[in-house]
Design a protein around this ligand. Sequence first.
Ligand code: FAD
Ligand code: NAI
Length: 467
Amino acid sequence: MTEQYDVVIIGAGPGGYNAAIRAGQLGLKVAIIEKRDNKKLGGTCLNVGCIPSKALLHASELYEAAEKNFEGLGIKTGKVSLDLVQMLKQKDDAVEGLTKGVAFLMKKNKVDTFMGAGEIIAPGKVRVSGDETVVLDTKNIVIATGSEVTPLPGVEIDEQQIVSSTGALSFPTVPKHLVVIGGGVIGLELGSVWRRLGAKVTVVEFLDKILPTMDGEVSKQFQRILKKQGVEFKLSSKVTGAEKLKTKVKLTVEPAAGGDAETIDADAVLVAIGRRPYTIGLGLEKAGVQMDKHGFIVTDHFKTTTPGIWAIGDCITGPMLAHKAEDDGAACIELIAGKAGHVNYDLVPNVVYTYPEVASVGKTEEELKAAGIDYKTGKFPFAANSRAKTNHETDGFVKVIADAATDRVLGAHIVGVGAGELIAEVVSVMEFGGASEDIARTCHAHPTRSEAIRQAAMGVEGWTMQA
Ligand code: FAD
Ligand code: NAI
């Protein structure tokens, strides 16, 4: 038995480790438990998610630029060639550095770290089964155990030929033909990485568009851009079987609505059809913690159905994003500490880190139409933005959507280089309840891509000046 904690957090991803930091800041006695085999903190995001994928996206983007664009910019390099071992190593170095950073932050904020699997064995008691077994005594338990890959029946993941995102972060050689099942964010990001490094990439998507939850215009134009880059798409299609041969996988693909099947030969297959909450081995049923039919822990302001047990991040409903988990973590701890913790789920930005990037916040046109809300839009293409033109990066556009009556900004959708950084401006404006005119009348530096946001905002009232 250890001393009494105020909070014990199970899971050290962005939800858990940020909750731990906030608890430390607020003077709570806090412990965090993590069971990853590599004994590293940071969860899915740092170990096998956001960080390694972005490391490969960055390196592969530069590789492709060196191969295809440098000459046009007047840069002579000789023949560019791939050192995949080094590219994978720099990715692992990024992970190593950042996971160590989280360990440092735990120490700095006086968080006790326990490596092992956490299980709730009684009210206020969590057993950690690691190199040794300890039982932690606590007033509050925060479950932050994240999510795992959704499996696809008939297409069994072996992390060699048929991989999840984890395997696709470490292919030892570039597959000749990579088939990606799922035209969502993982499929398009990791598909982009391996296409840039030389793979033929085919994306099989069940629905009739990629990034199906994004604004329809974004998804259409973005698909066109990816097609131009060489990605092949099979929309409205489903994979119904996979036969593993010695060096190939034969996939059976059918129209989603039914019809004749065809087979596709792949050297590697990436299954990326979504993620599901991960709560195995926590003892939730015994503890009386309810889950919904999809396995998400049911919460009300992070409180589960059992007093003293809270849940945050990917294992509860809401976007499965690192920054949402992080915000959940801080707000949950503030509520535990008697403060007014709050997350504005309407304003969680969504970014796809491809080339160009896709970023969105707030409502899509489709959502507003369905809700019967009158709106106006302003659009501006990067082809008319001076910085984008100067840099020969003109694909994409900005769309700002505002309430037709009040001009309050309801959403923004960007396809373009740097979209992930650009969206932050609109998130801030929306958080303050700002109008499109507020953006349109704010001075933006020239020449920057941010001017495209201003020009799009001007367009809401019909006075775009530069297109
Ligand atoms: P996790 O990060 O999943 O952490 C949960 C932790 O709990 C894990 O380390 C797990 O080992 C541990 N755990 C589970 N059960 C127990 C137990 N019983 N005892 C002890 N420990 C336990 N999001 C973004 O916002 N931006 C991105 O660019 C992005 N890229 C991604 C790329 C990929 C390939 C993937 C797979 C995901 C990506 N995500 C991204 C999503 C992001 O990783 C998740 O939303 C985020 O990690 C969720 O944080 P979390 O703290 O809820 O859970
Ligand atoms: P996703 O939900 O983004 O996309 C899954 C896609 O697969 C959808 O388009 C869906 O229609 C399709 N699909 C579902 N079943 C299918 C089937 N049987 N056959 C063909 N297509 C099918 O899920 P994804 O890409 O696996 O990513 C999981 C989550 O991880 C994301 O939702 C996101 O929350 C997070 N993530 C975030 C990133 C970011 O913020 N940049 C990067 C990577 C992951």
